[in-house]
Every structure is written in C-alpha cells, then in structure tokens.
Design a protein around this ligand. Structure first.
Ligand code: NDP
Length: 316
C-alpha cells in the first residue's frame, strides 16, 4: 500500500521537518531549485505528495502541474490557501495539524485579551518613553467578570473559553452548529454576539465562508466600550471597517494576531495606543512548532508507507 515517488517540499519549513523529509523520502525543495518551472515541466509527473505551510498552501497552478499528486500535507491547521474541493475532485487527500497548536493559540488569545483591556503594551511604551515621570498611566478596563463572546467554538475557541472560565467571565458563543457539551449560551449571529459581549474573540476558520464575517455592523454592535481579539485569519474581519472603528472610537480597542495582507499592517493602526499588533505568532513557540513539524512528518510518512493520512481535513 506504500506510495513510490517524489515528495515536493513547496516552501521553506521548520528545519527539523526539512531534515526528516530529506532523510526519509526522496524530497525536492521547490524554492531551492534554480528553475522550478523547468523542474515541474520535466518531472512534475513524479510528484506524489506535496508538503507545504498553511500560509502558502498549494495553488491551483501548482496542483495542475502535478498530475500524479495524491496527497497535500499542510504544516498548520488553517488550509484555506489550498482549494480542497478541487483537490478532492482529483482524488488528492489533504491533511493539516489540528490539536497540537490549540493550547498555544488559546494562551495567546487570552494574553492578547488581557493586554488590550488592561493596556499592558501601551503601559510598557508609557514607561519606556519616560512618561511615568510626569503622569500616572490612565485607567484601563477590568477583565474578570466581563462577558466574552467567542466567534467559532471549535478546538481553539473552546480552549480559549476553558481558560477564561478561570476569570469568572460569562461566556457566549456563535457557531453554525450548536456545541453540545458546553454550558455557554449560544447566540444566533455574530451581530447578536457582539451586541451582548464586552469582548469579542474571533476563532473561526478562514476561507471564503467566513470572509468579512466581522462586518461594519458587527463592529457597530460591539460598540465604543467593546474590545476585539482576532487569532483566526485577517480575512474574517472587514479590515477597512475595523480601521474606521478603531480610529473613530467605534470600538474601545483590538488585539490582532492576523491581518488581511500580512505582513503588511494598515498604516493607520501603527500609532494607535488602543491596538495590540502581533506578527501572526499564536502558534509560534518552540514546543508547538516542533509538535506541528512532527505531526506534519507523520502524516507524510504514513501516506508514503501505508497510503493514508493520519489527520485528514474534514469533509466540507
Ligand atoms: P476548528 O475547525 O476546530 O474550529 C473552527 C470553528 O469555526 C468551528 O467551531 C466552526 O463551527 C466555526 N465556524 C466556521 N464557520 C463559521 C461561521 N460562519 N460562523 C460561526 N462559526 C463558524 O478549527 P481550530 O479551532 O483548530 O482553528 C480555528 C482557526 O484558527 C483555524 O482555521 C485558523 O484559521 C486559525 N488559527 C490561527 C493561528 C494563528 O497563528 N493566529 C494558529 C492556528 C489556527 P461551525 O462549523 O459549527 O460553524
């Protein structure tokens, strides 16, 4: 049941993962080839599996250049960069790395929520520029006991909610299907969720189905006292509307790990003390990245030796 053929490494990956791929399989690193197009033209038919990051995915063009492709293995949990329906139609299996990054992304979301509400990063800047010598730092907002809305109560959303239980917050959520075994109140729309909470934490999946889900009217419903945290994808938020809300006082503040056009961040946000700006680091710890690398490798290795993936993405 094993699969013979070439493994294509689509983009640079974690060094330990690159080493494991090179040691155990005939792996070609696309980005390191002098002429990738020539390689694909002459040898594209030899490639049976592609390993890529969630950020890069496998483009339709690349998929088309690999007629023998049978598996796409993603490093990362969000895989909206690859057209999964198109892959499936060609009989290509797709995997990601669920669960192993959940703790770190949830830790960061809670940290970011506390940062933006208690203004930790702003206070740090305040001390560094010597302003404490003149003034006391302005008061912030209490976190404990507040109402927090989780948009997308999946693996990460649930881990965020679990952590926040320790802060005695009232938890509400919105996702398309009710989550059975939780006591949090479910509301029917993102607008209703925003209207009912003090802080909205976005943990939905990315891609076309959630594009612009946090719209101008959701931000409006969150209101001038409301905070937003986004650890999902930049595409989920109407970014120009968010910039307007933040610059115009439409919402109180935001902590953002993801943006619409990374690594570019809207210029208007750079000088705002009410915004915490993070460079997409929610899963970026030694421990979690190594665990992601290992799970990526195990998916690929199992596919090459047994013909099936370990953690295939769900049917859509
Ligand atoms: P899950 O698939 O477990 O959770 C996604 C949740 O989103 C599901 O509960 C789903 O519920 C919900 N959802 C999807 N569409 C909608 C919608 N239209 N309205 C409301 N809820 C919706 O994935 P994970 O929790 O593992 O990961 C979530 C996302 O976090 C990833 O897809 C990725 O984009 C992002 N992420 C970001 C990282 C970072 O570095 N910042 C790192 C890792 C992940 P239902 O289907 O019932 O609606």
């Amino acid at each position: 049941t094993g699969t013979a053929g070439t493994v294509l490494q689509v983009c640079p990956l974690l060094p330990t993962l690159e080493t494991a791929l090179a040691e155990h399989h005939h792996t070609v690193r696309l980005a390191e080839l002098p002429d990738p197009d020539a390689y694909l033209r002459d040898h594209g038919g030899d490639v049976v599996a592609a390993v890529t990051s969630a950020r890069i995915g496998v483009s339709n063009e690349l998929m088309d250049a690999l007629p023998g492709l049978r598996a796409i293995v993603h490093f990362g949990v969000g895989y909206e960069t690859t057209d999964v329906a198109r892959a499936r139609a060609r009989g290509i299996d797709v995997s990601n790395t669920p669960d192993v990054l959940t703790d770190c992304v949830a830790d960061l979301a809670v940290g970011a929520l506390i940062d933006v509400m208690r203004r930790l990063s702003a206070a740090d800047r305040f001390v560094r520029r010597g302003a404490w010598l003149q003034d006391a730092f302005p008061l912030a907002s209490k976190v404990s006991g507040k109402r927090v809305g989780i948009l997308g109560l999946g693996r990460i959303g649930r881990a965020i909610a679990r952590r926040l239980e320790g802060f005695d917050v009232e938890l509400l959520y919105c996702s398309r299907t009710p989550v059975e075994d939780v006591s949090y109140r479910r509301v029917s729309s993102p607008t209703e969720l925003a209207a009912e909470c003090d802080a909205l934490v976005v943990a939905v999946s990315g891609g076309g189905a959630t594009r612009g889900l946090v719209s101008a009217s959701v931000l409006d419903a969150l209101g001038p006292q409301g905070y937003l945290v986004n650890v999902s994808r930049g595409s989920v938020i109407d970014e120009p509307a968010l910039v307007n809300a933040l610059t115009g006082g439409g919402i109180a503040g935001a902590a953002l790990d993801v943006f619409a056009d990374e690594p570019r961040v809207p210029k208007d946000l750079l000088d705002l003390d009410t915004v915490v700006l993070l460079p997409h680091i929610a899963s970026a710890t030694h421990e979690t990245r190594e665990a992601m690398g290992e799970l990526t490798f195990r998916n690929l290795h199992r596919f090459m030796t047994e013909g099936s993936l370990l953690t295939p993405v769900p049917e859509h």
